[in-house]
Structure formats: structure tokens, C-alpha cells
Design a protein around this ligand. Structure first.
Ligand code: XMP
Length: 507
């Protein structure tokens, strides 16, 4: 394992992604993790990330001094380099001008970190402080016009540092530098593979669960599906999955989930048809936050009732993935996600522990595990779908009739996007039933029916998004089909708002 000590830099996750892409397993730990924990993990290398603080400020985050004395190679990046400097007796100073953006640097190719690279290259800089005096035993291995120490090293002690960000795409040779560190300097094998992850995870789960019983709340989303399959591989029939169908799923979705888990994988699968309960609790409620809250609460209630019927449960499976763990900080991460997963509230049933087999994986790795375990592509590459389901896409009060209209319109939209071969290019696309009715004309008749909105976005992180440039002829086919085939709709509009200021969902 390679450890990444996180000083709060915005690129910490990106560093981890890059290391994993090189087939080297890594974990992100808080900067102040104890030295015992580090020793216990027996890392092949340690990376110190960037961070917003400045080392000279009182209260600046420091790692344990012994990190530099373990004989394990260390790579300091940005703040990590300044920290290394100060902690080992060097100095940093405030530059007159912040160095930000693409910057030409001159490398010393005799450094093992820059092995095989040309002297001149472009790097990504973002710093105000710089190393003004090297710690003893160090030498300069890169410079830029404004930064006399753009990289430094003490190869005898296996300590390396760069002021720029090798993990960012703009650092043209950044990946090579990281690989030089991982393979050349740390001696990593680069053999971390999804298949070995599965073997280890299955072995772990088996050892932990022994003869105990395990319960999983399956949503049909990627994370809970893959988590359930892994646990099933490990403990077979001792796993039971509860799938609460709240009646707010897309067309055919519940049947599809049942078919995959019950019939194809032969998993103990309990499908609870709770549509009536959810709809009656939602009757008359138009406020989006109230709707979400009701659905969350009802979900827990239904899940608990079903779980109690099963008798004693020892473990609960959670589909927590790595970004959830990192985003919610350390320590209480699991709790935060379990709330989120089951709709915003803690489950009130007793169990011995939580099993989170995907806790250390990124989303694309979770998908790879799913594929390897034979999960069908329709679930593996499924777009995100909100927990409260179509209830937040029927604006205002949710009724059975409105859900039916939306389901049909949404189905047509998805079908046409698929037919046009666009589904891989658009990150998320769906229909919304606006509560608005407008006047139309059909044949010789006046109509007064609903407006359906189409939403389609392109995004990598779902934090910001562009609206998808769907060709007009595709939009036209969707619109024509919806007004012709879906009773109750006489107008279709396309949402051309970015996020921000809009969100992806309408509620
Ligand atoms: P917004 O609408 O906030 O959505 O731009 C960002 C992404 O999150 C999804 N989303 C949810 N996912 N539970 C979830 O698991 C929810 O309550 C929820 N609400 C929104 C949304 O579909 C989009 O991908």
C-alpha cells in the first residue's frame, strides 16, 4: 500500500486516482494519523498532499516527525514539500507574487523522479510560499522562472518533493513522475487488480461473518448492488436482500432488479411492494423537502418492519464507497452514509456490525467489480437516480396518475436517446412532469394538458453540469412521440440551464 497523508488539498482524491490507475493500491489518511498506524500498514511509499494552510502559520497541520525517518520513500507535493522542508530544518518564504497555472519548469533528469523525461516541461503550479532554504542533505532538482526550488530531493533518505502538482493533467509529464516514484523509487509491483480485490474482499467478509446472518437494503443502484453481490459471493444464503419498491421507480425498473438478483443470482430476495403506503403518505404534500423527508422516514419504517420479520440480524451491508468516506472526513463516515443510503434516518434495529466491502473503491472501480461479478450492464452503468425517485420529478403533489404519465414520457425519452446512440455521451437524462397545464390543439379539439420537461446533462462530478447538446431531430422525435403516445401531455420543453445556478433535478 501507498499512503497519502491528506493536508486538505483539493487534489488529494486525484492523487489517489492516479496511484490506483497505475495499479498500485493506496489509501488516503488524515495528516495527523498516528505513527503506529502508519507502521502497522507497512507502506511502500508515502505521499504528502497539498493543502490550503501555510507552514509558517501557527496551527499549521504537521505530520509525525518520524514519517521522514522510517526509511520509506516520501513524496511531498506543494504544501507537502514546504512541510518537508520546514520539518527537516529548511525554510520557506512568502513569494512576492503567487505562482498560479501552467508554468515552464527545468528538470534535472539525473533525478530518479524525473527519469526518462526531457529537461523542459510544463507543470501546474498553485502556491504563494516557496522553499527558500533547503534542508541539509537536499539538492534542487527543478526550477521555474519564479521558483528557485520547484523540486528537491535527498535520495539517500528517499525523500522527494515537488512544488507543482504532478497529479493534475496540466502537468504534462505528471503521470510519468508519479510512476517513477511508485515503481522506480518505492519499488511497487503495480499488480493491484480488481480480481485480486474481489478475492481479498470475499475472504475478509467470510472471516468476519462466519456463520452469522447478513442483511442488505438493496436499492437497485450500482453501489448497493455490487456490495450485495460481493457479500453473496462470500456467504451465499446467509445474505438476505430487502428491496423496498416505493412505487417511485422508473418503468420496469423494479421487475428488472428482482429478475437480476432473485432469478439470475439466486439471492434471498424480498421485494416489498409498498407503493400504496408511500402514496397515501404523500397525498396532499407539495413541498419538495417534505416529500423527501416523508419518503426517507417511510423507507426506514418499511425496511425495519421487514427486517424484524426475519428475526435476529447480525450484520448490515452498506454500499459506502471511497468518496463518501473521504468527503465525510474520518471516524464517523460510515454513520453519515448509512443515513444517506436509507433515506436520511438511522435504522432502529440491532446488529453487531456494518459490512462495507466497497469502502476503499472509487466509483469506476465499483463498476469494474460489478462487471467482473457478472452484474448486467444495465445496472453496472446505470445513471444516478435519486433515492426519493420520481417523487422529485413529479413537481408538486405526487399522485398515481401523474407518476404513470411521467413514467411513460421518461421511458420514451430514454428509448430515443438509446436509439440515437447517445446514452454513453450524456451523463444523466430524464423527464420531469411539471405541475403546469397549458392549452393545445389536437385534431380540432382544444386540449388542456401537462407540460413535460426534458433534462439531460453532461458532467463528470455532478457538482457542475452542462446541458447536453442533443440534436434537434432527436428532440423532435422525443417530443412528437410523447405528445402522441402519452395521454395527458400536450407540450414538451427542453431545459437549457447549467448547474449552477440550476440543479440537475428540479426538486
Ligand atoms: P442535483 O439535483 O443536486 O443532483 O444537482 C445532483 C445529483 O444527485 C442526484 N440526487 C440524489 N441522489 N439521493 C440520491 O442518492 C437524493 O436524494 C438525490 N437527489 C439528487 C441527482 O440525480 C444528480 O445525479
Amino acid at each position: 500500500v501507498v499512503l497519502i497523508l491528506d493536508f486538505g488539498g483539493q487534489y488529494s482524491q486525484l492523487i489517489a486516482r492516479r496511484v490506483r490507475e497505475a495499479s498500485v493500491y493506496c489509501e488516503i489518511l488524515p495528516f495527523d494519523v498516528s505513527i503506529d498506524r502508519i507502521k502497522c500498514l507497512n507502506p511502500k511509499g508515502i505521499i504528502l498532499t497539498g493543502g490550503p494552510a501555510s507552514v509558517t502559520e501557527p496551527g499549521a497541520p504537521f505530520c509525525h516527525q518520524e514519517v521522514f525517518e522510517l526509511g520509506v520513500p516520501v513524496l511531498g507535493i506543494c504544501y507537502g514539500m514546504q512541510l518537508m522542508s520546514v520539518m527537516l530544518g529548511g525554510e520557506v518564504a512568502r513569494a512576492e507574487q503567487r505562482e498560479y497555472g501552467k508554468t515552464e519548469v527545468t528538470l534535472d533528469p539525473s533525478s530518479q523522479l524525473f527519469y526518462g523525461l526531457e529537461e523542459q516541461t510544463v507543470s501546474w503550479m498553485s502556491h504563494t510560499y516557496y522553499v527558500s532554504k533547503l534542508p541539509e542533505g537536499f539538492r534542487v532538482t527543478a526550477r521555474s522562472a519564479n521558483c528557485p526550488v520547484a523540486a528537491m530531493e535527498n535520495p539517500q533518505k528517499k525523500l522527494y518533493a515537488v512544488q507543482f502538482h504532478p497529479e493534475v493533467e496540466h502537468t504534462v509529464k505528471g503521470k510519468e513522475m508519479l510512476k517513477n516514484f511508485l515503481f522506480g523509487i518505492c519499488g511497487c509491483a503495480g499488480d493491484w487488480k480488481i480480481s485480486s480485490f474481489i478475492e481479498d474482499a470475499v475472504e475478509d467478509i467470510r472471516r468476519r461473518v462466519e456463520d452469522a446472518s447478513v442483511l442488505c437494503a438493496l436499492s437497485g443502484g450500482v453501489d448497493s448492488s455490487v456490495a450485495a453481490l460481493l457479500v453473496h459471493k462470500a456467504v451465499g444464503d446467509r445474505l438476505t436482500c430487502i428491496f423496498v419498491d416505493h412505487g417511485l421507480l422508473r418503468k420496469n425498473e423494479a421487475d428488472q432488479v428482482e429478475n437480476v438478483f432473485k432469478n439470475r443470482f439466486n439471492i434471498n430476495f424480498i421485494r416489498v411492494d409498498a407503493a400504496d403506503r408511500f402514496l397515501s403518505r404523500l397525498a396532499g404534500v407539495a413541498d419538495p423537502e417534505k416529500k423527501r423527508k416523508i419518503i426517507g422516514e417511510e423507507f426506514i419504517r418499511v425496511f425495519e418492519e421487514e427486517a424484524r420479520k426475519l428475526g435476529k440480524i447480525d450484520y448490515l451491508v452498506q454500499g459506502t464507497i471511497y468518496p463518501d468516506v473521504i468527503e465525510s472526513g474520518t471516524g464517523n463516515a460510515a454513520v453519515i452514509k448509512s443515513h444517506h443510503n436509507v433515506g436520511g434516518l438511522p435504522v432502529d434495529i440491532e446488529f453487531k456490525g456494518i459490512i462495507e466491502p466497497l469502502r476503499n473503491l472509487f466509483k469506476d472501480e465499483v463498476r469494474k467489480v460489478g462487471r467482473e461479478l457478472g452484474l448486467p450492464e444495465e445496472i453496472v452503468s446505470r445513471q444516478p437516480f435519486p433515492g426519493p425517485g420520481l417523487a422529485v420529478r413529479v413537481l408538486g403533489e405526487v399522485t398515481r396518475e401523474k407518476l404513470e404519465i411521467l413514467r411513460e414520457a421518461d421511458h420514451i425519452f430514454r428509448e430515443e436517446i438509446d436509439k440515437a446512440g447517445l446514452s454513453k455521451d450524456i451523463s444523466q437524462y430524464f423527464a420531469i412532469l411539471t405541475g403546469m397545464k397549458t392549452v393545445g390543439v389536437m385534431g380540432d379539439e382544444r386540449t388542456y394538458d401537462y407540460v413535460v420537461a426534458l433534462r439531460a446533462v453532461v458532467t463528470t462530478d455532478f457538482m457542475t453540469a452542462h446541458w447536453a447538446r442533443i440534436p434537434y431531430d432527436v428532440l423532435e422525435r422525443v417530443s412528437t412521440r410523447i405528445v402522441n403516445e402519452v395521454k395527458g401531455v400536450n407540450r414538451v420543453v427542453y431545459d437549457i440551464t447549467t448547474k449552477p445556478p440550476a440543479t440537475i433535478e428540479w426538486e
